[in-house]
Structure formats: structure tokens, C-alpha cells
Design a protein around this ligand. Structure first.
Ligand code: FAD
Ligand code: SF4
Length: 452
């Protein structure tokens, strides 16, 4: 029997894989997509406007599995095989690392925060501006047309802001500011800090055949109408329409297969339902299984040509792991809104406004630190009064206070880049294997607790 050879095998169907799949299929190539977990069914798997009182554990999730859950899992999305808890990883002694993984088709795009500002020239040139690390091997001017192309494809809502840190893109109308955003904007202006509409891949108007947002505020448990960008709603349907895509679910990639010249010729994966190893063949392979899983697959792809893992002759695969740093949230309340009538204004379950970087813009060393950070504001009348444990008292007084504060609480979170460090890396654990016999990823980090 002649074996089938696809043009391309794409491993992963999230943000990276979804874009590759759509582009390659629309370009006329035969694509085999491998995804570790299952397809999601929005009717069964997403929030669908259920209130905490409709849920068995009132939104807190099953206490038996609470300890093992990632912070991003909600009661609706937990304990269903959507998030990856089966494939083992290890953490080196003295390190802390939480590896948040979404196994479902579409990966993290099913539940992401939708904030997608552009990088600016000060990011690409940061290395030479402040002398720490190397410059990126590309300029903003070179990449700007690709930012535009993606923004037009996925639909990003925002405004033209003329900020040097995050250049403007091609936007749908922004989400309207609410009372709390106007109050924050006024206060921020007084101290010279910008508070502007975030860049959100959330549809304020119908776009490319996808429905507009109805502001139910349940994005973290999945969108039942596909009104924010995710690959299962936006990219996989057009790819499937070409007739060029074969998607295999429960297909957990193990390693890249190479030919006698050391070039990729396919992928070995585990069929998670049967536990059997399967080989699939192609002329090219795209690894897009998320950052660290991709590195794990590469490091596990050893051959005579690639004794330390495929394309790892530099030894840099898995090194200098960098993730966003999130500063401890600041909680408070807006006295102007205390006791005011509540409104259904928790419209995105995330942020509407942001304070884009305002530090080190003129001179990279204006501040006592290099680079910069953004601040996001969270607030609005959410379905659950998350501030309940910050109020004193009990019984009817506590209930009264919860109601009085309901429209007023607000919190701020800072998001900053982490600098590359040789002390932060992942490699392959020499001893531990997962349940399918694949050598496990091992994380070493310099004490900072990190996600993703
Ligand atoms: C709650 C949350 C909020 C976020 N908010 C934002 C935000 O506001 N802005 C932003 O820019 N980013 C945000 N992110 C991060 C963003 O979602 C990710 O950076 C992005 O999705 C990464 O894309 P990816 O393709 O590399 O990985 P993923 O989207 O995770 O996709 C990886 C895919 O590979 C599959 N896979 C994994 N291992 C294997 C294997 N061995 N074999 C086969 N398939 C495999 C997975 O099932 C998945 O489908 C957020 C993430 C989370 C979880
Ligand atoms: S707020 Fe909008 S994008 Fe979010 S889940 Fe509801 S309809 Fe979807």
C-alpha cells in the first residue's frame, strides 16, 4: 500500500496553527492538522448565559478538583478534558512554574483575553536602546503590513491613539466606555497617564461573516456566537470549506520524523484514545503546539542528524523562557458609584480600557527600570460580587454592603514583559515520562511563578 504524503502537517490548531492551517489550505495545499484534544461543542462546553446559581458549585467548581485546576479554568470549562491535566511535566527543585495548557481544538484562543495591541519600534529595538539583550531581527516597518492583515482578518476594536509604545492599527469601532471608565480616564488624565480603549479582538459590528458581540460578559467560559476571535469560529471553517483540511483530534504529537538527510518527513503521534503510536507523512511540518510544547517536541525529536533535538544545533531550544509578568492587583472602589443603581456593564469579563506604556518613552532609562508596562482596569457589575471577602461583617449587614458596593469596585493589574534570562528554561526530564511514554518537559525558573 502506498502511504499518503500530505503537503504539510500542522501540529496544533490554536493561534499559531489556526493561521497556518487557513493560509495553507486557502493556498491550495493538502493539510493534515493534528490536535491533542477534542473539538469543543459550544452548546455543551461554553457558559451559555448560565448564572452562578445555575451551576452545581455556584461558580467555584468541584472542590475535589479545585487544587489541580489552572486559575483560568471556570466551573463551566473545568473537569471536561478541555484543559490539559493528563500529560505530566516536572519543575526543577527550587523553581516554580505552572504550565497552563488547553488541549481542545482552538487551544487558548477559545478562552483568551482578546487584547492585541501592536508591538512598536521601541520593542523591536529595545535591545540596542537600553543595551540589554539583542535587537529583534526585523523592524516595525517590515512587520506592520502583517499586523494590518491579521487585524482585518480577525476584527479588532479600538481607536487611533497616536501612542509611541503601541502603534495604531486598522480597527472596528471601539467598545463604548462605561461610567467607571470615564471616571478612571478623568483621574488618570490628572496625573498624566493615558486611559484609552484597549485593542480587543471582539466584534463590535458583524465582521467577515461572524456575529457581533451581545455583551453578555462570559468570554472566559467561551463565546457561544463566536463574537471574539478564536480559530474554531473564525479560521477552521474557511479552511474546511476548501476541502483541503483533514483534522485528527486526540492526536498528541510526540516527535518529528526525518529522512536520510535530516529533513522533516512527518510526525509520530499518540492516538490518545487507543494509546497507539501512529506515523503521518508530509513534505513539510509546522509545529504550533504552543511555545513550550513545541520546544518539547523539538527536543524529543532526536536523530543521528539532530543528536540534541531537531533544529537545536545552537542548543537554544527551550532557553530564555520569557512570559508576561502580572503585578499584584490593586483593589479599591469608586466613591462616585457607591450606592448607585447597578447596570449590566460587565460587558466583556475582561478589560475595555487600558493604560498603554507611558514609561521610558523618550529616554530608555528615564525610570529606575528599563522597558515598560501597561495597566488594565477591571470593574463593572459582574455576575458574582468578587469583592465579598474584602468586606467586614456578616448576615444582613454584609448583604446590604455587598449591594451598596456592587457598581463601585475596581481593580488594576499591571502587565510587563520579562527579560530573557539563562536561568529560565525548559528541557527534557531525564527520568520522568508521561502516561504515553513520552519524556516529560522539565521547567527551571529563577523563582518567579509563571503561567502559559
Ligand atoms: C485566559 C487567557 C487569556 C489570555 N489573554 C491574552 C490576551 O489578552 N492577549 C494575548 O495576546 N494573548 C493572551 N493569551 C495568550 C494567547 O492565548 C496565547 O499566547 C496563544 O493562544 C498561543 O498560541 P499557540 O498557537 O502558540 O498556542 P495555543 O493557542 O495554546 O494552541 C496550541 C494548540 O496545540 C495543541 N497541542 C498541544 N500539544 C500538542 C501535541 N503534542 N500534539 C498535538 N497538538 C498539541 C493544543 O491542543 C492547542 O490546540 C491568553 C491566554 C489565556 C489562557
Ligand atoms: S461578551 Fe461578547 S464576545 Fe464575550 S462571550 Fe458575550 S457575546 Fe461573546
Amino acid at each position: 500500500m502506498t502511504r499518503k504524503v500530505y503537503d504539510v502537517i500542522v501540529v496544533g490548531t490554536g493561534a499559531g496553527g489556526g493561521m497556518a492551517i487557513k493560509t495553507l489550505c486557502e493556498g491550495g495545499l493538502n493539510v493534515l492538522a493534528l490536535n491533542s484534544g477534542r473539538r469543543l461543542d459550544p452548546d455543551r462546553d461554553f457558559g451559555n448565559h448560565r448564572q452562578p446559581y445555575d451551576l452545581e458549585y455556584r461558580g467555584f467548581g468541584n472542590p475535589k478538583t479545585r487544587e489541580q485546576r489552572f486559575p483560568v479554568e471556570t466551573e463551566v470549562t473545568a473537569d471536561k478534558g478541555i484543559w490539559e491535566h493528563e500529560i505530566t511535566y516536572t519543575v526543577a527543585p527550587g523553581s516554580k512554574w505552572t504550565w497552563t495548557r488547553c488541549a481542545a481544538v482552538g487551544g487558548m484562543t477559545n478562552f483568551w483575553g482578546r487584547s492585541c495591541p501592536r508591538f512598536g519600534e521601541i520593542d523591536f529595538k529595545a535591545g540596542s536602546l537600553d543595551g540589554f539583550d539583542d535587537e529583534w531581527p526585523m523592524t516595525y516597518e517590515e512587520i506592520a503590513p502583517y499586523f494590518s492583515r491579521v487585524e482585518k482578518m480577525i476584527g479588532v476594536a479600538s481607536t487611533v491613539q497616536n501612542r509611541p509604545s503601541n502603534p495604531d492599527g486598522e480597527y472596528l469601532p471601539p467598545i463604548e466606555f462605561r461610567c467607571l471608565d470615564h471616571i478612571v480616564r478623568k483621574g488618570a488624565e490628572k496625573v498624566g497617564i493615558p486611559y484609552l480603549p484597549d485593542r480587543l479582538a471582539q466584534l463590535t459590528v458583524p465582521h467577515n461573516g461572524n456575529a457581533e458581540c451581545h455583551y453578555c460578559g462570559e468570554c472566559t467560559s467561551g463565546c457561544d456566537v463566536g463574537a471574539f476571535y478564536s480559530t474554531p469560529w473564525h479560521f477552521l471553517p474557511p479552511a474546511e470549506e476548501t476541502g483541503k483540511l483533514e483534522l485528527r483530534t486526540y492526536a498528541h504529537a510526540k516527535n518529528v520524523l526525518v529522512d536520510e538527510d535530516g529533513c522533516a518527513k512527518g510526525v509520530a503521534y499518540i492516538d490518545r484514545k487507543s494509546g497507539q503510536e501512529v506515523e503521518a507523512y508530509s513534505k513539510a511540518v509546522v509545529l504550533a503546539a504552543s511555545c513550550c510544547e513545541t520546544a518539547k517536541i523539538m527536543l524529543n525529536s532526536k536523530s543521528r542528524h539532530w543528536p540534541t533535538g531537531i533544529a537545536n544545533s545552537s542548543g537554544q531550544v527551550g532557553r530564555n523562557m520569557s512570559d508576561d509578568l502580572y503585578g499584584t492587583p490593586v483593589y479599591g472602589y469608586l466613591p462616585q458609584l457607591l450606592g448607585q443603581p447597578s447596570r449590566p456593564d460587565n460587558v466583556t469579563e475582561a478589560t475595555i480600557g487600558w493604560m498603554p506604556r507611558w514609561q521610558n518613552l523618550k529616554n530608555p532609562r528615564e525610570e529606575k527600570f528599563i522597558r515598560g508596562y501597561s495597566v488594565y482596569a477591571f470593574g463593572g457589575c459582574g455576575v458574582f460580587p468578587y469583592y465579598h471577602d474584602q468586606l467586614e461583617g456578616f448576615g444582613s449587614r454584609l448583604k446590604r454592603d455587598i449591594k451598596r458596593y456592587y457598581p463601585a469596585p475596581i481593580s488594576f493589574v499591571i502587565q510587563a514583559p520579562s527579560l530573557p534570562s539563562e536561568h529560565n528554561y525548559m528541557d527534557i526530564d531525564p527520568e520522568v515520562k508521561d502516561k504515553f511514554g513520552i519524556p516529560a518537559a522539565r521547567f527551571t525558573s529563577n523563582g518567579v511563578r509563571t503561567n502559559c
